[in-house]
Ligand binder design. Structure first.
Ligand SMILES: C[S@@+](CC[C@H](N)C(=O)[O-])C[C@H]1O[C@@H](n2cnc3c(N)ncnc32)[C@H](O)[C@@H]1O
Length: 216
């Protein structure tokens, strides 16, 4: 991290105000203090946790879980830690690319993976960068416990359909699925994220949602 980046973005420093919640890698990219997992509580990992709305609501519903959010943006990490503190909830946010999860979690150690509105990388040449690309689904499959689940939603229709195909080709069964989350029975249990709230207030967009279970 260069000194000019720190000057323009105050949150690069501010995230250190929450050392027990925001996990920040050292210069070598490693985490000195990654929490030890408990065996008596499910492990939930959200990729691209944004400013933490999903995390907070999920923990309100299910306080007895170990929740980790991977997020790259400093201000969003900081906001999440503030919200967790206000709500007196325990959770972690990890400041690094989610693709590094295998350095932090043992194989077959995660119960639930949540991916809400990932960057769509819409151009053909960019699609290899998608978080739901086959090389990442292989990682998710190895880290999930037998019977573990992936929950995914997106307003990008082509990405959503492609992700579903990729999951089916990667050892998952899609057990719940809708192309119009807010017009479906699944909306009753839906947690509205920051991005989703923006759509609801602007041009309404159809949101695809699915739950897939590891079978292979
Ligand atoms: C479009 S936003 C959605 C945020 C949130 N899930 C929501 O629905 O409001 C995508 C988020 O994913 C984060 N992100 C993108 N690629 C990531 C990666 N490889 N690992 C972790 N976070 C990532 C971005 O910083 C951004 O905050």
């Amino acid at each position: 991290m260069s000194s000019s980046t720190i000057e323009v973005n105050p949150y690069v420093r501010k995230i250190h105000e929450f050392p027990e919640t925001i996990l920040v890698p050292g210069e070598d990219g490693r985490f000195a203090l990654f929490p030890q997992l408990r065996s008596d509580m499910p492990v939930v990992v959200e990729i691209g946790s944004g400013s933490g709305n999903h995390m907070i609501q999920y923990l309100t519903r299910m306080p007895r879980c170990q929740y980790f959010g991977y997020e790259l943006r400093y201000k969003r990490l900081y906001r999440t830690a503030q919200k967790l503190a206000e709500a007196k909830q325990q959770g972690y946010v990890v400041q690094c690319f989610a693709q590094k999860m295998p350095e932090h979690f043992a194989p077959a150690s995660i119960d639930t993976l949540i991916i809400n509105f990932p960057d769509p990388w819409a151009k053909l040449k960019q699609r290899k960068n998608r978080i739901m690309a086959p090389q990442n689904l292989k990682i998710f499959h190895s880290l999930l416990k037998p019977g573990g689940v992936v929950e995914f939603k997106s307003d990008h229709h082509e990405y959503f359909l492609r992700a579903r195909e990729n999951l089916l080709d990667s050892g998952f069964a899609v057990e719940a699925y809708t192309l119009n989350l807010h017009g479906s029975a699944y909306s009753a249990d839906n947690i509205i994220t920051e991005f989703e709230r923006m759509f609801l207030h602007k041009v309404p967009k159809r949101i695809g949602w699915l739950r897939a279970r590891k079978v292979g």
